[in-house]
Design a protein around this ligand. Structure first.
Ligand SMILES: N[C@@H](CCC(=O)N[C@@H](CS)C(=O)NCC(=O)O)C(=O)O
Length: 202
C-alpha cells in the first residue's frame, strides 16, 4: 500500500491507524500548494480530487475519503480492535462518529485555514466549533476515548483534526477534558511515531 499524505493534514488519521495496526505502507508526501508529490508527480493525475489522503491499494485501486480509508485499514487487521465488527451496533456507532467528525468538525475547520476569511466568518466558525467541542467534551466525561477505554479509528480522526487547534492558536483551555484527551492520544507510541515521521514532533 501507499499513503499519499501532507504533514499534519487529515491524512495523519490513516497514517496513525497504519502504525497502530502495524501495517506495512509506503508514504508519499504531497505538497498541497502545488498539488505535487515530493517526487515531482502531478497529484491530480494520481487523485483527481486533488486532496489527501489517498491510499493506493496493493491491487492498484485508489481509495479516498478519510473515513473510508480508516475503515479499510482497520479491516486489514481485525484483531487490532481498531474498529468494531461489521453488523454490530458498535459498528454503526463508529460510522456515526466518523460522519460527525468529517462533517461537523473537520469541515468546520476548513475555512479557518483560508487567509481570506473575514473576522465575522471566523467568529462564526469558532462559535460552531466551540459547540462541537462542548458536545465532545460531554461525551468524554468518564471516558478515555470515544468508545470508553478503547482507542478506535474514530479517535485517530478526532485527534488529527483537534490537533489543528494548535496550528490555529485556538485555546482548548475551556474544554479541559479535550486537552487531556489530546495529551493521552499524543502519548501513544504509534501516534508519536506518525507525528515524528510527519515532522510535527521531535
Ligand atoms: N472529503 C475529504 C476531505 C479531505 C481534505 O479536506 N483534505 C485536505 C487536507 S486536510 C486537502 O487535501 N486539501 C487540499 C485541497 O483540497 O486541494 C476526505 O474526507 O478525505
Amino acid at each position: 500500500m501507499k499513503l499519499y499524505f501532507t504533514p499534519g493534514a487529515c491524512s495523519m488519521a490513516p497514517h496513525i491507524v497504519l502504525r497502530e495496526a502495524d501495517l506495512p505502507c509506503e508514504l508519499v508526501q504531497v505538497d498541497l500548494s502545488k498539488h505535487q508529490t515530493d517526487t515531482g508527480e502531478d497529484y491530480y493525475k494520481i487523485n483527481p480530487k486533488g486532496y489527501v489522503p489517498a491510499l493506493r491499494l496493493d491491487n492498484g485501486e485508489l481509495l479516498t475519503e478519510v473515513a473510508v480509508t480508516l475503515q479499510y485499514l482497520a479491516d486489514q487487521k481485525p484483531a487490532s480492535g481498531l474498529a468494531p465488527r461489521a453488523g454490530t451496533m458498535e459498528h454503526y456507532r463508529v460510522i456515526e462518529w466518523l460522519s460527525f467528525i468529517a462533517s461537523e468538525v473537520h469541515k468546520q475547520f476548513g475555512p479557518m485555514f483560508n487567509p481570506k476569511i473575514t473576522a465575522e466568518w471566523k467568529q462564526n466558525q469558532l462559535n460552531t466549533l466551540g459547540r462541537r467541542f462542548t458536545y465532545l467534551s460531554e461525551q468524554l466525561d468518564g471516558n478515555q476515548y470515544l468508545f470508553g477505554g478503547k482507542f478506535t479509528i474514530a479517535d485517530a480522526y478526532l485527534f488529527t483534526v483537534l490537533n489543528w487547534t494548535g496550528f490555529l492558536d485556538i485555546d482548548l483551555g475551556k474544554w479541559p477534558r479535550l486537552k487531556d484527551y489530546m495529551a493521552r492520544i499524543a502519548a501513544r507510541p504509534a501516534v508519536k511515531e506518525a507525528m515524528k515521521e510527519e515532522g510535527l514532533v521531535k
